[in-house]
Design a protein around this ligand. Structure first.
Ligand code: ASP
Length: 309
């Protein structure tokens, strides 16, 4: 199916910036490809940019390859705590949740908060209750758990995992940015955070301007990486502002990743999309998995490797 409007609709997704062991790379690429496909189908059916990013992120939340929804990293007490955000570039409306433990699709809960409450951000058991009150399916916490992450957690408990900051290297936060047929932008990010994090720890992902940002006047961005560093430079908003100043998305993304390293010493990456359908992907981690669905529905998925210096 193709659209008549050149670059519309378009969707870009990522599957996290960090280390991706060689054996896992095909699953990361395929997971991103399936997510971009789902997002593009939502857009091509006339859905909004928000529908597109939500559809894409839901696919990755269901995929235990990624650190989002089912299969997320466990915290220090062996529990999954999930964070997510959605933002609409048309009117800057946003919804976010943090430390939720009973929903398979935090991205949809974030959208519910945006649309069915007078607030922007709900956390913890109260956010899970909000989901229940609005008829969203609730799951027992163990349903979010994967064998792989249980094994990783056991290694941490046995003192066999590398100490910070190296503990950060596994990745899998997910995100999407989309441009719909009306020319509106949206962004979404969803994560289980970092492995062995303290209970109650919230990273950049659900924070507006950090884990994601979308403004029709500039661009839509979704970031991933060391949350404690990313939030210091409000990475997504900073990148969108560079697009507003006239930088091409790829140039803006690279500039902000450089800034991240310079000002914080941290590692991460992001995807970026503007209203002309131009996108950017940059990272200073080893890898970032991504997929891009163009207006004609063709999908390019892959892994960005470390830049040669
Ligand atoms: N940014 C996420 C966090 O700090 C982790 C990641 O993107 O891998 O929670």
């Amino acid at each position: 199916m193709s659209t008549s409007k050149g670059t519309l609709p378009t969707i870009v997704v990522h599957g996290g910036a960090g280390e991706i062991p060689e054996a896992d790379r095909p699953a990361h690429v395929e997971g991103c490809r399936r997510a971009a496909q789902a997002g593009w189908e939502a857009l091509a059916a006339g859905g909004s940019a928000l529908d597109g990013v939500e559809a894409a992120v839901r696919v990755m939340e269901d995929d235990p390859t990624f650190d989002a929804g089912h299969g997320s990293f466990l915290n220090a007490v062996g529990e999954v705590e999930l964070d997510a955000i959605v933002m609409n570039g048309h009117d800057l409306s946003l919804g976010a949740v943090a430390a939720v433990q009973r929903v398979r699709h935090p991205v949809s809960l974030a959208r519910l908060v945006m649309q069915k409450s007078n607030h922007s951000f709900l956390v913890g058991p109260a956010a899970d209750d909000f989901a229940r009150q609005h008829g969203m399916p609730i799951c027992p916490p163990w349903e979010l758990l994967s064998e792989r992450e249980l094994e990783r957690w056991k290694k941490f408990q046995a003192g066999e995992a590398p100490p910070p900051p190296d503990y950060f290297t596994p990745c899998g936060t997910v995100g999407a940015v989309a441009l719909d047929e009306q020319g509106n932008l949206a962004a979404a990010t969803s994560t289980g955070g970092t492995p062995n994090k303290l209970p109650g720890r919230v990273g950049d992902s659900p924070l507006v301007g950090c884990g994601a940002y979308a403004d029709n006047r500039s661009a839509a961005a979704s970031a991933t990486g060391e949350g404690e560093a990313l939030m210091k430079i409000v990475i997504s908003k900073t990148t969108c502002d560079l697009v507003l100043q006239g930088l091409r998305p790829q140039v803006a993304a690279e500039a902000v990743v450089e800034l991240l390293g310079e000002r914080t010493g941290g590692h991460g990456g992001l995807i970026l999309l503007d209203r002309q359908g131009r996108f950017g992907i940059a990272h200073n981690t080893s890898y970032i998995a991504y997929a891009v669905a163009a207006a004609d529905g063709s999908i390019q998925a892959g892994i960005c490797y470390p830049a040669k210096k």
